[in-house]
Design a protein around this ligand. Structure first.
Ligand code: FES
Length: 110
């Protein structure tokens, strides 16, 4: 596995799936079939999931079912995708968002 260890909370109960790689902010992250883009970003760890539109506050997915819009990310160049609703696919390029723009977050990892 490449990148940080997957937190126990996020490990899949079913271990017989074949993992694949996506990138989050340019770094490789291993995910499994059925994982969402939001899961990939959470597994990447490090920085906050995203930054709020107003006030620059760190935000994270809340509902994981498409209701709260706290999981917005850029996926393959398309901004403002709801990460919890987009299935991860091999080779996807995921970028955390600052507010409404799709630019990568600035500053050191937290
Ligand atoms: S986590 Fe709530 S919409 Fe994605």
């Amino acid at each position: 596995m490449t990148g940080p260890a997957t937190p126990a909370l996020l490990r899949r109960a079913k271990a017989d799936t074949v993992a694949f790689m996506v990138t989050v902010d340019g770094l490789p992250v291993q995910v499994h079939p059925g994982d969402s883009v939001a899961v990939a970003v959470l597994c990447a760890g490090g920085k906050p999931y995203r930054r709020a539109v107003l006030g620059d506050a760190p935000r994270a997915p809340y509902c994981m079912m498409g209701a709260c819009f706290e999981c917005l990310v850029q996926v393959d160049g398309v901004p403002n995708r709801q990460g919890c609703l987009v299935p991860a696919r091999p080779g996807m390029r995921i970028v955390r968002q600052n507010g409404l723009n799709a630019g990568p977050q600035e500053g050191p990892a937290e």
